[in-house]
Design a protein around this ligand. Structure first.
Ligand code: ATP
Ligand code: MG
Length: 643
């Protein structure tokens, strides 16, 4: 196995917050003495209006965990006000528009004023503590202001990704029972306009409880207007004060609701609260990205996903960092865009998803090598298992072999990163998320719930609570208990499968629902896919099982070729023997299906549950397809199903 030892080459990580020496010590302390550990961290990292009475209470069976019980704080006080004495003129947000050449700098003082104005506008619309506000926005600074404005006054935000359809928006507004929507006239992404206001109008035909729609003018597009309901943000913002006192919130008051990506089924409205969530977002950002004062950090996620919540907005701002918000997509106007933005703003830390890395890798390396990227110090990835091939490309081509990669495993439900390397402490292994964060006790259990000891594979569970844990599925507490706490009683069940190696490092092997069972051999999808992606002709691969008379399950592989590759029977034979060589004959795909695109969620994850239905010829029970980024991909795959 290829390992990269602690980047001895990398001078700048010698002085990292977390080093080989203190990781073990701190981790042991966090596990042996969790209350004392978290109390200390909460004091160091956050400002509290008044202290808590108890660090932790509750249990998994009831799903009633609470952290920092009785403590009072405000998220925006922590993300903005406390930085003002020293950082009023420091950049809080760098905004890079879809169109190259346009960007904005927002200092902490400006952020304060914008957030307060938006908070005052919300108050004028009658929004009170505990009310739900839907945010359906493009990636513009006002999306950040909107989230923070809610947090300022204690309203609960529910951000819906701006790429969702009116139908999906409607479902989420109704499910969270929102009374106000904040949107923009139009979004701009990859040179295309997205009719956000028009989508909102369509959604709201079925949402009688929404009384106000606050509209940001992004593009000046022609939009319909409903008097008495619709309000131009800039008109109201000009009339309100630029200060607004932060509401005093209980540590367990809800901060936001966020729907999961919908990779495995109908999205769940995950509810996070104030104190524990903010603490873990803040701490993990600082330690995992080793954020040093003055650095520029860029996470390419959208604020519509949890990564955008914890690692574009809350984690970075609570640390007084400079966070870059990008309106566009990595391939517009060319696949060099990310690296051009890195050079333009001297980005030091870059965090993206395997789907973006694979897409850029398929375009060839010239787009990367023509840029400098010398400001980069650290790279990160999240969202899916990263194929070792993509990891190597990211490390060598993007990072020039200089920058450690943190492969961060976590979920909407976990609120913050739970398994990840620390750049100054860990031995990196391409494809492994390595070790748990402080206070996190991962474990593997077999299908009977028995603990797997030592090296081995199993269902990934978490033993014991952590501060940024999901508190409930909004409006359906039973669904939370059923989904996460009843499969393996006493544990939080992640839904993911994993392998633990002889060093105790974790490798996520895919969703357990997707596990392949070929002639009695259980295999994770990630292993077979990574073997396929290793081949030079393959850009991306997704494998699923289908009924097979002899083997029980056969392997059906959907494959996207590199941009300059023509599939042929010879190439197929080569791929089969390639997988046989890499893993063994048991993993050899039975069916190969070439496709220019794979069905993905709007957050960019491969949706294997749909591919499984296609492979099994179950076209009329595809399940919830509303979270698909491009439904036409699915239709083409059905038409071209291979036998
Ligand atoms: P749904 O829960 O609605 O099916 P989802 O699980 O895709 O959707 P998210 O919460 O956005 O929604 O994603 C979390 C999942 O993403 C994890 O459970 C895991 O499967 C995958 N994941 C995230 N980061 C990593 C990583 N670094 N390595 C492997 N898998 C990852
Ligand atoms: Mg999930």
């Amino acid at each position: 196995m290829f390992k990269i030892k602690n980047h001895a080459v990398k001078e700048s990580f010698k002085t990292a917050y977390i080093t080989e020496q203190n990781y073990q010590e701190l981790y042991q302390e966090s596990i042996n003495n969790p209350d004392a550990f978290w109390a200390e961290q909460a004091k160091v990292h956050l400002h509290w209006f008044s202290p808590w009475e108890k660090v932790y209470q509750g249990d998994f069976a009831q799903g009633d965990v609470a952290w920092f019980v009785g403590g009072k704080l405000n998220v925006t006080y922590n993300c903005i006000d406390r930085h003002l004495p020293t950082k009023a003129n420091q950049t809080a947000i760098i905004w890079e528009a879809d169109e190259p050449g346009q960007s904005l700098i927002i200092t902490y003082q400006m952020l304060h004023d914008h957030v307060c104005r938006m908070a005052n506008v919300l108050k004028e619309q009658g929004v009170k503590k505990g009310d739900r506000v839907c945010i359906y926005m493009p990636m513009i600074p006002e999306a950040a202001y909107a989230m923070l404005a809610c947090a300022r006054i204690g309203a609960i935000h529910s951000v819906v990704f701006g790429g969702f359809s009116p139908e999906s928006l409607k479902e989420r507004i109704l499910d969270a029972d929102c009374s106000v929507v904040i949107t923009a006239d139009e979004g701009v992404r990859g040179g295309k306009f997205i009719p956000l206001k028009q989508n909102t109008d369509a959604a709201l035909e079925h949402c009688p409880d929404v009384h106000s729609v606050i509209v940001i003018k992004r593009n000046g597009g022609n939009i319909a207007w409903k008097a008495g309901r619709d309000i131009w943000y800039h008109e109201l913002a000009a009339k309100v004060a630029s200060s607004c006192p932060p509401e005093t919130m209980d540590a367990e008051d809800p901060l936001f609701i966020l729907y999961t990506s919908g990779s495995t089924g109908k999205p769940k409205g995950v509810l996070h609260t104030t104190g524990g969530y903010l603490l873990q977002a803040t701490m993990s950002f600082k330690y995992i990205f080793d954020y040093q004062p003055g650095e520029v950090y860029w996470c390419t996620a959208d604020v519509g996903w949890v990564t955008g919540h914890s690692y574009i907005i809350y984690g970075p701002l609570a640390n007084g960092a400079t966070t870059l918000m990008f309106e566009g997509v990595p391939t517009y106007p060319t696949p060099a865009r990310c690296w051009e933005v890195v050079d333009k703003h001297n980005v030091n830390i870059f965090y993206t998803a395997p789907t973006a890395i694979r897409a850029l890798m398929a375009q060839g390396r010239e787009f990367v090598s023509n840029t400098s990227r010398k400001s980069l110090r650290l790279l990160g990835t999240v969202g899916e298992p990263i194929n070792p091939e993509a990891w190597e490309w990211y490390y060598h081509v993007v990072g020039d072999g200089r920058c450690p990669i943190v492969d961060t495993w976590w979920q909407t439900e976990t609120g913050a990163i739970l398994i990840s390397p620390f750049p100054g402490a860990s031995t990196l292994k391409p494809g492994s998320a390595t070790k748990p964060f402080f206070g996190v006790k991962p474990a593997l259990v077999d299908n009977n719930g028995q603990l797997v000891e030592g090296p081995g594979s199993g269902n990934l569970v978490i033993t014991g609570s952590w501060p940024s844990q999901i508190r409930t599925v909004y409006g359906n507490h039973q669904r939370m208990l059923d989904t996460y706490f009843s499969t393996y009683p006493g544990y939080y069940f992640t839904g993911d499968g994993a392998r633990r190696d002889e060093d105790g490092d974790y490798w996520i092997t895919g969703r357990v629902d997707d596990v392949l069972n070929v002639s009695g051999h259980r295999m994770g999808t990630a292993e077979v896919e990574s073997a396929l992606v290793l081949h030079d002709a393959v850009a991306e691969a997704a494998v699923v099982g289908y009924p097979h008379e002899i083997k029980g399950q056969g392997i059906y592989a959907f494959i996207s070729p590199m941009h300059d590759i023509e599939p042929s029977p010879q190439l197929e034979a080569e791929l089969r023997s390639f997988v046989t060589k890499e893993i063994g004959p048991i993993a050899k795909p039975d069916i190969l299906h070439w496709t220019p695109a794979l069905p993905k969620t709007r957050s960019g994850k491969i949706m294997r549950r749909i591919l499984r239905k296609i492979a099994c010829n179950e076209f009329d029970s595809l399940g919830d397809t509303t979270t698909l980024a491009d439904p036409s991909v699915m239709e083409t795959l059905i038409k071209n199903r291979q036998t």
